[in-house]
Design a protein around this ligand. Structure first.
Ligand code: GAL
Length: 688
């Protein structure tokens, strides 16, 4: 049994850097943490030199002392492998371990994450430091879990070292077998890119047009993910040999070009996330829409939940953001640390660890504040966290519950990565991901991201009444078979423009569009166009609803006896042409929409398909508040319990209305009718 994220408790912790402080601070720091309810610390993720100060020389005294003290105090520890920051002796002696930019120039020592995953030397050095650390500390009683590296692919998710080129070749040989097949897959006959020897095949380098063969780039992203995953696995396999059976293996963060579904399956017990909602308040305007600001983190939390339904937050914002070179954001206002902690818990987090205990007085992150400022003096942020710990004491019955959603947004890495390198695909994907998220949030409709991983079965989709698969440019027969079975069994599926026009290599198909989705959606697409600026806003009419068909328009025709046109374009040269097809398929129905799902379109689909405001008969909430729901033992009314989180992200109080008596989980009192939810306020209501 793991001691964290095991369904038996919801706990707090903190990131600590014993190497940043005099040893005589440690005992007092640990006492103060425990007094505030912080029961676990994460340590060592950048501390390679404290274990191997010179090549092949090991010293364990530093972390022995710290871990023994932690054990004595009753503090639990998450211990990290230190590979995110290779020591200077290593990169100086073996420059081949360094990552390079697209021109091949090496990234030098002096920051972090400057290594590449494929250097045989770095893999060897990694094997060694992980083996040495896990063998020495693995059975320490203070340790409850292990973090692999720190934020794989943070700062940089592209790799161009010589080792990467060699490994890319091996990856492609495995994928395609022969050069002929590679040439065909990448369409290299176009612009005379044909390869005649494997030695010519390289990671995508700088070209004079800036454009690189798109099929090669798509495979490059797949290759990066493969590299990270095999590197994580290398570490996990070693840690697993030495750790105590009950201790977990995790890593933190979510970054580009990583298939986390695979990582979770091969290397992790649970994924943890680093949640910094304050980016929404950054001076350089990180947030696309003022209204949403820190609420955008809920989208990332939904992504984490798609990997680990109950997850941890390894780094939860507790102070202002800032490096000396970038990112400036204010100190969290009173109440915001509580709000953001509850945002994480509402989405399925069972462990919250704040970043960091005390703000560092030197280095790049002197402005990335922790709970305490430089002096360590008592402050309101620590007091707020102590209050959160008290609140959690009242909310422990939440443990064992999971996020509940009836709407899903389908994803797969082929399309995520294709949309990343293909502007035409990427544009509509971005419009729809933003539009769907905003519409779901503002209509208080909990949703999940659901990855169509290889082993997915129609039964895995059954729990959703409605699924959006917005712009699956790339379709596969296996995924279509699962979707057809889901719809045939009564599900509702909505697909948007540009579906099915590519194969797995990212090449366009010659079948009539939407290719493999034609049968399920009963749709034919004789013509299509990008929406140009002088087209204005192209509107669609679907019975009483009118909304935009943003970005790109497929002009549709109903195909098959169960298909009917339910929406038409209202403007442009194709006014009156079909824009939306509904196809009855078995017990369910599939919709094909000719545009991207901007917010108004997404809202119209939620309304027409009966999926929006699913708790509208219980709670009336303003758009300013998020609703998130966790359930335990089934849903309320079906033998289970539901916990409704209402989160107010605004700096003004919001008025909410409880349409029936609901028990406040914190006060254990019943509430009903009109209530005021204070600024940054949170309520958790319980229903049976
Ligand atoms: C995270 C990282 C931490 C720290 C923090 C603030 O991305 O894991 O080590 O750098 O951001 O910048």
């Amino acid at each position: 049994m793991r001691k964290l994220i095991n369904g038996t408790g919801i706990d707090l912790g903190v990131c600590y850097y014993p190497e940043h402080w005099n040893r005589d601070c440690w005992a007092e720091d640990l006492d103060r943490m425990l007094a505030a309810g912080l029961k676990t610390v994460r340590v060592a993720e950048f501390a390679w030199s404290l274990i191997e100060p010179m090549e092949g020389e090991y010293t364990y005294e530093f972390f022995d002392s710290f871990l023994d003290l932690a054990a004595e105090k009753g503090m639990q520890v998450i211990f990290c492998t230190p590979t995110a920051t290779p020591p200077a002796w290593l990169t100086e002696k073996y420059p081949e371990v360094l990552n390079a930019d697209i021109t091949g120039t090496l990234y030098r020592h002096g920051s972090r994450r400057h290594y590449n995953y494929n250097s045989p030397v770095y893999r060897e050095k990694t094997r060694n430091i992980v083996e040495v650390s896990a063998a020495h500390y693995g059975k320490h009683p203070a340790i409850v879990g292990w973090q692999l590296d720190n934020e794989f692919n943070c700062e940089n998710d592209r790799f161009y070292s010589d080792s990467d080129s060699s490994a890319f070749r091996v990856f492609l040989q495995k994928r395609y077998g022969t050069l002929e097949d590679l040439n065909r897959a990448w369409g290299t006959v176009f612009w005379n890119q044909t390869y005649t020897d494997w030695s010519q095949v390289d990671v995508p380098r700088k070209t004079n047009t800036g454009a690189v063969n798109p099929h090669r780039v798509l495979d490059f992203y797949r290759f990066i993910s493969d590299s990270v995953n095999s590197y994580a696995r290398l570490q996990a396999d070693i840690v697993r040999k030495y750790k105590k059976p009950e201790d977990f293996i995790t890593t933190n963060g979510m970054f580009g070009n990583i298939d986390y579904q695979r990582m979770e399956k091969e290397s992790l017990d649970v994924l943890m996330y680093d949640s910094y909602p304050n980016f929404g308040y950054a001076l350089d305007g990180f947030s696309p829409e003022d209204f949403m600001k820190d609420r955008w983190s809920s989208r990332s939390l939904a992504e984490v939940r798609a990997v680990s339904p109950n997850f941890g937050i390894m780094e939860q914002q507790s102070g202002a953001n800032g490096w000396n070179t970038s990112m400036e954001a204010p100190t969290p206002r009173p109440g915001q640390i509580t709000l953001w902690t509850m945002q994480s818990i509402a989405h399925g987090a069972d462990y919250i660890s704040y970043f960091r205990w005390r703000t560092c007085t030197f280095g790049t992150e002197i402005y990335w504040h922790g709970i305490l400022d430089y002096s360590g003096r008592e402050n309101r942020r620590l007091q707020e966290i102590a209050r959160i710990s008290g609140m959690l004491g009242q909310m422990q019955e939440l443990a064992g519950s999971g996020y509940e959603a009836k709407v899903g947004i389908l994803k797969d890495y082929d399309n995520v990565w294709d949309a990343q390198q293909d502007r035409w695909h990427g544009r509509v994907e971005q419009i729809s991901q933003n539009g769907l998220f905003s519409a779901l949030q503002k209509t208080h409709t909990p949703f999940d991201y659901v990855y169509l991983k290889d082993e997915i079965q129609p039964e895995d989709l059954k729990r959703y009444d409605l699924l959006f698969y917005p712009h699956a440019g790339i379709l596969t027969a296996e995924r279509m078979a699962v979707l057809e079975q889901y719809v045939a069994a009564g599900g509702k599926l909505v697909m948007g423009c540009r579906t099915g026009y590519k194969d797995i290599c990212g090449r366009c198909v010659t079948e009539y569009l939407p290719g493999m989705a034609a049968k399920l959606t009963g749709t034919d697409i004789p013509e299509y166009s990008l929406v140009a600026p002088d087209d204005g806003t192209i509107m669609v009419r679907w019975e009483e609803e009118t909304f935009e068909a943003a970005g790109f328009n497929d002009l549709l025709a109903a195909a098959g006896e169960n298909a009917e046109v339910v929406g038409t374009y209202a403007s442009s040269y194709y006014a009156g042409e079909p824009a939306l097809i509904r196809n009855r398929f078995g017990e369910g129905e599939a919709y094909y929409f000719g545009g991207a799902f901007a917010e108004d379109a997404a809202r119209a689909f939620l309304k027409k398909l009966g999926a929006g405001e699913p708790y509208g008969d219980i709670l009336e909430l303003p758009e300013e508040c998020e609703l998130a729901v966790r359930t335990k033992g089934g849903t309320a009314g079906n033998g289970g319990k539901s916990y409704l989180f209402v989160l107010n992200y605004r700096s003004e109080a919001q008025s909410i209305r409880l349409k029936k008596p609901l028990k406040n989980l914190l006060t254990k009192e019943e509430e009903e009718g009109e209530r005021s939810l204070e600024k940054y306020g949170v309520r958790v209501y319980e229903i049976n």
